[in-house]
Design a binder for this molecule. Structure first.
Ligand SMILES: [Zn+2]
Length: 289
């Protein structure tokens, strides 16, 4: 509302806003699956592209089904920065059929993916997983640094006229990701080998980079049964997690129960926040608190 109001004023004074509402189609559209990548694309490309995020805030991405309307809106995109989630596989063919020239960039390509639940290896496994790969790679700023290079390359190949500006912005972005990584590492250094309790196991890459372990209440993507919660409780009792991380859109009851019983602090964390730098700093600070 405020933004629209400001736009009206600025346009009246002869300035143009980032979003020109009357002329939506003139700015090329880029598709991303989740909001953190919106911020990376915007950091590089600024107002030269419009970014559309496929996954709305607060939903479970692993079970999400895009609406036909969303698919329809996505068709015009010049490129799609994907993370290889299940929902993507359901719509990728429809999109490609209607827009052959859409550039599909799988940001997981070339990475060494961890198996799901890898970081739960706290003595005996409570939850066994069957070979699925963990796709929450963006929770490692070091991996994001690799992924934004792909984003940069793709954007330059699509819009070479902006190369100089993209290159400058790309270096600023990489520097801020480096600083974020150094900052998180220094915040978490004293807590090396600590355990975090999580309602959903999204933190394997984060834990891998910063020498933590996640103890997940959710098992194989399903809500935990009372006996699973009991088994995790016994592990939590043993390993004293520093914090319990609850996640919007997921079942947090088990984690909340265990946190309450063992007097563990809780943090509600949204891995899909568009404000990546601040969100990740907040996560590290909450673990260190
Ligand atoms: Zn997840």
């Amino acid at each position: 509302m405020v933004k629209n109001f400001l736009c009206v004023i600025l346009i009246c004074f002869g300035f143009s806003c980032s979003k020109q509402h009357n002329d939506v189609d003139s700015t090329p559209k880029i598709l991303v699956s989740i909001a953190p990548y919106e911020s990376f694309v915007k950091a590089i490309a600024g107002d030269t592209v419009d970014v559309e995020v496929l996954i709305p805030a607060g939903v479970n991405i692993h079970t999400y089904e895009p609406t036909p309307k969303q698919v329809e809106r996505a068709i015009a995109a010049k490129a799609w920065f994907r993370i290889d989630e299940l929902f993507e596989k359901r719509i990728v063919r429809a999109l490609k059929e209607k827009n052959e020239s859409m550039e599909l960039v799988n940001l997981q390509d070339g990475l060494t993916l961890l198996p799901s639940h890898d970081a739960i290896a706290l003595g005996e496994h409570v939850c066994h997983h069957h070979g699925a790969e963990d796709l929450h790679t963006w929770l490692s700023p070091r991996i994001v640094t690799i992924q934004v290079e792909k984003i940069y390359d793709t954007l330059v190949s699509l819009f070479p006229e902006h190369e100089a500006m993209y290159e400058k912005n790309y270096h600023v972005l990489v520097n801020s990701l480096d600083s974020l990584d150094t900052h998180i590492a220094s915040i978490l250094a004293p807590y090396s080998d600590s355990v975090i309790l999580v309602s959903h196991p999204a933190f394997a890459y984060f834990c891998h980079e910063y020498d933590l372990k996640q103890l997940s209440v959710e098992c194989e993507g399903k809500d935990p049964k009372p006996r699973d919660v009991e088994a995790i409780f016994l592990q939590a009792e043993r390993y004293h997690p520093r914090v319990a991380i609850l996640q919007l859109g997921f079942n947090n009851r088990g984690a909340e129960l265990i946190a309450k019983k063992l007097d563990i602090r809780t943090l509600t964390f949204n891995p899909y926040s568009a404000d990546y730098l601040q969100n990740m700093t907040r996560l590290a600070e909450a673990i260190a608190e």
